[in-house]
Design a protein around this ligand. Structure first.
Ligand code: C2E
Ligand code: MG
Ligand code: MG
Ligand code: MG
Length: 287
């Protein structure tokens, strides 16, 4: 009896694995065409200064809108793009589109225009051509390199430290800013921070969401903030959703906030309108 049940379970397990594998292959097939079919787009989420509420940065976030599946979550398709190598052409497109947008804002809004933060996958760093891509895009768009920030997760930075150091130093030499994304979740030694040319730490959303309910999260955030202060790094708090989060940071200052409390990710047109609004309002209040 038990043996038979075991067999059935196995059969069921086998079937569901097959279904999963098939769905994955189908998704991969669709993702392969997403770029050519114009299904990809970028959204932008503001990073605001807590004192003035001014937008200092924008993070470019990739969106995939499929004709029948609708919008597919980045949590689903980014890992697939990384595994299949599709992240190389897609990542190049992201870099290009993000810089086109940032350069356009720079032309319209001048020196006050926000810095553009672009997420970069480990796979992209491993391919030596990425430095060329960045240089080419900067030249094509005339974006001042200081307005471009690349976001790498802790694990990306740790993966192949020797090669990464050289590459990050090259980026620094170009004038780019380098941010460590999802900081605090990598369980890695912090010593790399002293060896790598890092400018910004982005506190992972999971810690911010623990504010008020999870003492450990608050301890970790305080630790990150004091570490950043002594190393003269800037900090972005990700996932700031409510007043309670904000109040915590009143006693523990950090440079920038990114989260639904201020702004959700939005289209390029919406972001442009928001920037226009902000700049005109500031002109009015200054007179
Ligand atoms: P990430 O780089 O850590 O981006 C922040 C994520 O948090 C975004 O999710 C953003 O929409 C979400 N978020 C921001 N504020 C809040 C908040 O207050 N509450 C909550 N609940 N969420 C908030 P999204 O857009 O789904 O992106 C997920 C991840 O996908 C990103 O995490 C990043 O790792 C990856 N990703 C997105 N675009 C790209 C890309 O162009 N290239 C690469 N390599 N990865 C990307
Ligand atoms: Mg990011
Ligand atoms: Mg993050
Ligand atoms: Mg993340």
């Amino acid at each position: 009896e038990a043996k038979r049940e075991g067999k059935d379970t196995l059969k069921f397990f086998d079937q569901s694995m097959q279904i999963q594998a098939r769905q994955r292959m189908e998704l991969e097939g669709e993702l392969r065409h997403a770029l050519n079919r114009n299904e990809l787009s970028l959204h932008f989420q503001p990073q605001v200064d807590p004192g003035s509420h001014q937008i200092k940065g924008m993070e470019a976030l990739l969106r995939w809108n499929h004709p029948t599946m609708g919008s597919v979550s980045p949590a689903k398709f980014i890992p697939l793009a990384e595994e299949t190598g599709l992240i190389l052409p897609i990542g190049e497109w992201v870099m290009q589109q993000a810089c086109i947008q940032a350069a356009s804002w720079h032309r319209h809004f001048g020196p006050k225009s926000p810095r553009m933060a672009v997420n970069v996958s480990p796979r992209q760093l491993k391919k030596g051509a990425f430095l060329d891509v960045v240089q080419k895009v900067l030249a094509e768009t005339s974006l001042p390199p200081g307005l471009l920030e690349i976001e790498l997760t802790e694990s990306t930075i740790m993966e192949d430290s020797c090669n990464t150091i050289t590459l990050l130093e090259e980026f620094h030499r170009l004038g780019l800013m380098i941010a460590v994304d999802d900081f605090g979740t990598g369980y890695s030694s912090l010593s790399y921070l002293t060896r790598l040319p890092v400018d910004v730490l982005k506190i992972d959303r999971s810690f911010v969401s623990g504010i008020g309910t999870d003492l450990n999260s608050e301890v970790i955030i305080r630790g990150i903030l004091s570490l950043a202060e002594s190393m003269e790094l800037n900090v972005v708090a990700e996932g700031v959703e409510d007043r309670e989060h904000l109040e915590f940071f009143q006693n523990h200052p950090c440079q920038l906030f990114q989260g639904y409390y201020f702004h959700k990710p939005m289209t390029g047109d919406q972001a442009t309108a928001l920037l226009k609004d902000q700049l005109t309002r500031r002109m009015v209040s200054n007179t």
